[in-house]
Write a protein that binds this ligand. Sequence first.
Ligand SMILES: [Zn+2]
Length: 244
Amino acid sequence: MANSLTYVPPEWEDVKRALVIMAHPDDPDFTCGGTATQMARQGIEVTYLILTNGDKGNHNPEITRNQLIALRKIEQRAAADVCGVKDVLFMGEEDGFLQSTRALRYRVTREIRRIRPQLIICTDPDRYFVGEGYINHPDHRNAGLVAIDAIFPAADNPMFYPEMNDEGYLPHKISQLYVFGHSESNVKIDITDDLETKINAILCHKTQITDPEKAVPSWRERWGELQEDGSTRYYETFKAMKFT
Ligand SMILES: [Zn+2]
């Protein structure tokens, strides 16, 4: 998938902690599994914050919603282990109905103030369509909105939630934001050497990937970028914003 955008290299020198805020179990692995793997290898503590419980993500009538919620937590934790991710947190909102409510903004802001990441990765709240054959899941849009609304102005403004000070969760301003799925992506992470790790992480989501033998070759095909020398490389791209 070639494009003409100009990309800058990632700047992780000052990043000690990164927080990935996504809608569903498996979203981090699909969107930034390679990037999370590289960050973890460089000593960055990566945390996944999963906003919904994923209880709609299956069509098997023999699995109850509660069973699915439990399974998806196990799967996401296993996938995070594959990538070297330090921690996975679950907000437990109902799958399919995610909204940037006041209550959820409070909880996400609290996690940002507690974890104090320098870098957050989230999804694009304005992405309605993906290519020509896929309507973006509304939870992916709303997860981006939840993240952004918590990052600014809530997390770094002491007038928001002063009671968090009593818990020791003081205002916190992040220095970088990576937005996945944005039309103006400007950071490109070469994950070619970590592609197998990313795929292995995705395959931990057994409730989601029912036919890996068909899925894996299609991912390789879709994600690969043919180079001028005939080789294929794999990337994760983001719109990166910096705050000073
Ligand atoms: Zn999703």
